[in-house]
Write a protein that binds this ligand. Structure first.
Ligand code: SF4
Ligand code: F3S
Length: 106
């Protein structure tokens, strides 16, 4: 599966969802996750993300490993998003902030 990591928090550009052939993105208030039961590992979403938040599970950086479980856990309670709706209003102010896990709204 592919995994959305910390860079997405409070940005949520949503460019990624338009290209997913199996509609496996799920949306929360300020973050998206990928449903690991649906992702077919096609990788087309990776270059769409302006903040490079999406990684193959095997390539998730060491300091982002907790996001594998976060994606799996939140995918079951969040709802599907299949069309881009633009970024959060202050996305550009948050895109370079490194530690944002405390900002994640579930
Ligand atoms: Fe969707 Fe492919 Fe990205 Fe998985 S890797 S979330 S199937 S676009
Ligand atoms: Fe998040 Fe990047 Fe998609 S910021 S919503 S993973 S385009």
């Amino acid at each position: 599966t592919y995994v959305v990591t910390e860079s997405c928090i409070r940005c949520k550009y949503t460019d990624c969802v338009d290209v997913c052939p199996v509609d496996c993105f799920r949306e929360g208030p300020n973050f998206l996750v990928i449903d690991p039961d649906e992702c077919i590992d096609c990788a087309v979403c990776v270059p769409e993300c302006p903040v490079n938040a999406i990684y193959a599970e095997d390539d998730v950086p060491g300091d982002q490993q907790q996001f594998i479980k976060i994606n799996a856990d939140l995918a079951s309670s969040w709802t599907s998003i299949t069309k881009s709706k633009g970024a959060l209003p202050d996305a550009d102010e948050w895109k370079d902030v490194k530690s944002k896990l405390a900002e994640l709204v579930k």
